[in-house]
Structures are given as structure tokens and as C-alpha cells.
Write a new protein. Structure first.
Length: 347
């Protein structure tokens, strides 16, 4: 998808303190419409406070937040409510109403917006299909899996046709395979609806699989801000970035990369080395694999060669199941694909 040059969101010298202690210290950045930006940081870095300021749920002590050119701090309550409808929120713990069904939870945002019943019915049916919840419309949250609950949360966030989707640790409560399917869904939504996505997370793996741009937040300040291809290839990085990448690689190497074996065990999952011309292009393959073959992908690591523009990015990937048709499809759609071996499904 071609990236728009229209500014979707802008933050200018944002400052917020609690009890005299600064949480956000003069943040400034802008995000273009249709982009996917990952904001990563440790607990207490200010990630959730930043997200609440972007949504208008938290009032900054100083600085401005602009949504599609409108400074939300200067709006009256009625105007602010209208702008908030242009901002969707996806939460870590789903925040669904237990008393309402899937249909009812999605309907709530439309009811609050004053949408007519006939228009609500049409919109809910459209969203149910988009997030893959057909047949679950009349179930309550207690009858759903974690992934299904998050799909309801995403559908609800999209109900009022937002321009920006804010995701607060949207996958941290999910298992790896469900995380892959949710990231594939978010990528699909971004490509089909051109919605700007801001993803707050503490998982570098999630950043590599979905984001096109990365901001590293520490003690209320942005320590690094780069496109994913430049971020991945940078040799000199901030210490916090090195911490996240080192932590991720250590865990993955110990649990999955080192478990690759030549002989396929019962239920073994294929481990691949996939090279694409641009790192960002791989994000479009993930939802395509899911849509065409119902296969999710876990990206373990991304390596960029020194002459990146000529040689492309190499992704180490594990697929959720072995499928010859899917592997053949990948061969036809990437520069190079190699099956390294297989990983036991329980790891």
C-alpha cells in the first residue's frame, strides 16, 4: 500500500507529571496517515500515559496533541467527542461487557454515537465479517477464546470508522499463535482501510512483525525513532534498544531457533529463512498467508545485510503448520525461501 503524506497525528512538546514526577518530558513527533508505528518501552516508561493523552482520556500539563489537524486540548466537550470517534482503542484485557453478546459489544460504540438501528445492523454485519467472527454473534465473552475476545475489541474499535487505531499491549495476553493471527488481522485492516495504527508494546517481536516505524521510549523521552529497515540495520543503538533485542534473541534462540532439526517430528512446524527486497514488504505476506491458507507466522529474527537496498532483509520464520501449497506460494512471492528444518509444535 502506498503511504500517504497526510499527517494523521502530531504531538508537540507533550509534558505530563503525576505527583510532581514527570512521566512524559516534552515529546514531539508526527505520524503520517496509513503508517504503522510501534512504541516500545519498559514498564513505567510512559507508554500508556502517552496513549491516554493521544486519545484525550488524559489531559497533558503542557504541549499539544493534534488528530487530523485538530488540537484536541482546545476542543469543547461536544467537539472532543466527535474527534474521539476518529480514534479507536484496542485494550490488553479486551474491556468487553460481560452482559452483552459479541453483537451487543460492537453495537455499543454505535449506540453511543447515535447511529440509527438499521445503519448499526449493516455496520455490525460488515465488521463481523472483517474480523472473522461469523457464527459467534450471539455468544457472550465468557464463551469466547482470548483471540476471539480481541477480535471483538478490534471490531468495536473500528465501529465508528476511525482514522487512527491505538493498540495498548493488544497481544500481550495472548498465546504466540493467537498473537500471529491478531497481528495478521491488524495488518489486513491497515492495508484494506488505510487506518493509521499506533502499537504500544514491550515485545520487540511484535514490533518486527507489524510496525513500519519504531519509537523507543524511556523515562518519558524518545530515545530512538526510525523506520523499521533503518532501525533493524543500525549498528550503533541506544542501550535500551540493545536490551530489547538482546532479550528477545536470547529467549528465541534458547526456545525455538536452537530446536530446529532436519527430521520432521510428529506435528513439526516448518522453520524458514525468507528474503524479501524490503523488510516492510514481509508484513503484507503475513495476512496473505493467513487469508489464503489459514497459516499464522512467527518472525523470530530479522537480519539486514550491510548493502540492504541490494540484498534485502532476511526473516527467520516459523509457520503454524506444514503446507506444501503455502510453501510453493511463498517461493513465488519472495526473492528467496529456504526450509531450514522443523521445530516441535510444543516449543
Amino acid at each position: 500500500m502506498a503511504e500517504s503524506l497526510t499527517e494523521s497525528l502530531r504531538v508537540d512538546r507533550l509534558y505530563k507529571a503525576f505527583g510532581g514526577s514527570p512521566v512524559l518530558e516534552g515529546l514531539s513527533f508526527s505520524i503520517q496517515a496509513g503508517d504503522i508505528v510501534g512504541i516500545i518501552g519498559r514498564s513505567g516508561a510512559g507508554k500508556t500515559t502517552l496513549l491516554r493523552c493521544l486519545h484525550g482520556a488524559e489531559t497533558p500539563d503542557a504541549g499539544d496533541v493534534f488528530i487530523e489537524g485538530q488540537e484536541i486540548g482546545r476542543l469543547k466537550e461536544k467537539e472532543l467527542l466527535a474527534v474521539r470517534r476518529r480514534i479507536g482503542m484496542v485494550f490488553q484485557n479486551f474491556n468487553l461487557l460481560k452482559s452483552r453478546t459479541v453483537w451487543g459489544n460492537i453495537s455499543l460504540a454505535l449506540e453511543i454515537a447515535g447511529i440509527s438501528k438499521s445503519a448499526r445492523i449493516a455496520r455490525i454485519q460488515e465488521l463481523i465479517g472483517l474480523v472473522g467472527l461469523e457464527g459467534h454473534e450471539n455468544k457472550h465473552p465468557s464463551q469466547l477464546s482470548g483471540g476471539q475476545k480481541q477480535r471483538v475489541g478490534i471490531a468495536r474499535a473500528l465501529a465508528t470508522n476511525p482514522a487512527v487505531l491505538l493498540c495498548d499491549e493488544a497481544t500481550s495476553a495472548l498465546d504466540p499463535e493467537t498473537t500471529s493471527s491478531i497481528l495478521a488481522l491488524l495488518s489486513k485492516i491497515n492495508q484494506e482501510l488505510s487506518i493509521t495504527i499506533v502499537l504500544i508494546t514491550h515485545e520487540m517481536d511484535v514490533i518486527h512483525r507489524l510496525a513500519r516505524r519504531v519509537m523507543v521510549l524511556e523515562q518519558g523521552r524518545i530515545m530512538e525513532d526510525a523506520r523499521i529497515e533503518h532501525f533493524s540495520g543500525t549498528k550503533e543503538k541506544h542501550a535500551l534498544t540493545q536490551f530489547f533485542e538482546g532479550e528477545e534473541q536470547s529467549v528465541l534462540s534458547g526456545q525455538r531457533l536452537s530446536a530446529i532439526q532436519n527430521e520432521k517430528p510428529h506435528g513439526g512446524l516448518p522453520a524458514l529463512r525468507v528474503t524479501v527486497a524490503e523488510s516492510a514488504l514481509f508484513t503484507s505476506l503475513i495476512p496473505a498467508l493467513y487469508e489464503q491458507f489459514s497459516i499464522t507466522s512467527q518472525v523470530l529474527r530479522v537480519n539486514l545485510n550491510e548493502n540492504y537496498s541490494d540484498t534485502g532483509a532476511t526473516h527467520f520464520v516459523i509457520l503454524s503448520r506444514d503446507d506444501e501449497n503455502a510453501l510453493n506460494w511463498l517461493v513465488q512471492n519472495v526473492e528467496k525461501m529456504e526450509v531450514l528444518g522443523y521445530v516441535p509444535s510444543g516449543i
